[in-house]
Ligand binder design. Structure first.
Ligand code: ADP
Ligand code: NI
Length: 217
């Protein structure tokens, strides 16, 4: 086993310790999927595999929503890296990605390095398609949000407000992501997952507004 695979195993253990059964859509399996997709894109783009893999695995350990503050989350990851990674430049590159990759209502600046763009794409792809829909409903349940409420308009409600609905999240974020992918690889997958979400919404509304229930079957 070389040093990097040892390090990755330690990172996996750390992520499981922090997030294994997280109930808000950021559990170990989310981190694992993001890592696998990030590595796939990184090979294609000839990017730094170690930086991509560490940033993908660790990205949600630092999530502001799951920590006392943004800084507390980032410190937790930096302290772990300082314990196990000798190369300070690698630590800085991973930390720069993790601290700037989140969606944040679409307000963050585009990432500058190819590694950052790849990890951000991998994380965003996991918010799309069948898995993205599942995560949206899990997150909504965790926050105590309704599934849908056609009587309310949330267009001017704050991005982090708990008053919104799962269906509203498709419009405030999910349907915008395909236009925000960085790499061509991710753009292609995003389009397919986007189409699936559009089909899902069509079916959702037809069930919600049925006039002849046999049309839904
Ligand atoms: P990420 O892991 O991509 O950083 P977030 O922390 O933003 O994701 O959210 C976790 C999951 O919950 C994602 O699939 C995201 O689309 C979804 N989500 C985020 N905010 C909301 C919300 N207000 N309502 C419903 N789902 C949400
Ligand atoms: Ni994530």
């Amino acid at each position: 086993m070389n040093n990097n695979s040892n390090l990755i195993e330690l990172a996996e253990q750390f992520v499981k310790h922090e997030l294994e059964y997280d109930p808000s859509g950021h559990d170990w399996w989310h981190c694992n999927r993001v890592r696998n997709v990030a590595l796939e894109i990184a090979k294609y783009e000839k990017a730094d595999l170690l930086v991509c893999e560490l940033a993908a695995l660790l990205h949600d350990v630092a999530d502001e929503k799951l920590n006392e503050s943004k800084q507390a989350g980032l410190d937790k990851v930096r302290n772990w890296l300082l314990q196990y990674v000798e190369d300070n430049e690698c630590i800085d590159r991973v930390m720069t990605i993790i601290s700037s990759m989140s969606y944040n209502g679409g307000k963050n600046k585009p990432l500058e390095t190819i590694e950052g763009q790849i990890v951000q794409d991998a994380d965003r792809l996991d918010a799309l398609g069948a898995i993205g829909i599942a995560r949206t409903f899990v997150y909504s349940g965790w926050k105590g949000q309704q599934i849908h409420n056609p009587e309310r308009d949330f267009s001017s409600t704050d991005y982090r407000s708990n008053e919104k609905t799962a269906i509203h999240h498709f419009y405030e974020k999910l349907l915008k992501l395909k236009g925000l992918m960085n790499t061509n690889y991710a753009k292609e997958i995003a389009q397919k997952r986007h189409d699936f979400m559009e089909a899902y919404l069509k079916q959702f509304y037809s069930e919600w507004n049925f006039s002849d229930i046999r049309k839904d079957i």
